[in-house]
Design a binder for this molecule. Sequence first.
Ligand SMILES: [Mg+2]
Ligand SMILES: [Zn+2]
Length: 179
Amino acid sequence: MSLIILDRDGVINHDSDDFIKSPAEWEPIEGSLEAIARLNYAGYKVVVITNQSGIARGLLDVETLNRIHSKMHRMLAQVGGKIEAIFFCPHGPDDKCDCRKPKDAAFRELASRLRLSLENVVAVGDSLRDIQAAQSAGAKPVLVRTGKGESTLKKGIPKGVPVYDDLAAVVDALLEVVA
Ligand SMILES: [Mg+2]
Ligand SMILES: [Zn+2]
């Protein structure tokens, strides 16, 4: 089985500085859902690991987050794709939890549940903390230019981290290698 880990905001859907607080605000980035479906078809399990500090900030509750994710699953199913699991951190920056990226507890939890090493597992993100969490867990980070990606790139990222235009381009590259 192949596994790929995705950040949510700025990778699958358009990000907002005001947080994604409702299903209506969740809008997929062009081509991202189809890219996930192509991964599935090629035998990949897709898992999302996402910081959702809007919950700690009181901007949305877990029930609303679930409704947002129902919309994501529904739209994804319409193009034949599937997300296996979503790990979300509901905490804020001051909560000192272990699951908020750049911490890697969610990555390690996923690895232990699947009894899998994350070595060579690609983790796609648009922020430095996505890269840091992936590296800390031994996964293979890649950056996309969508979402906060362009500004992340300007601020500088660790050497050797591949950069792609968007999730569709990551999947193009990944599946070409497999074929
Ligand atoms: Mg993001
Ligand atoms: Zn957390």
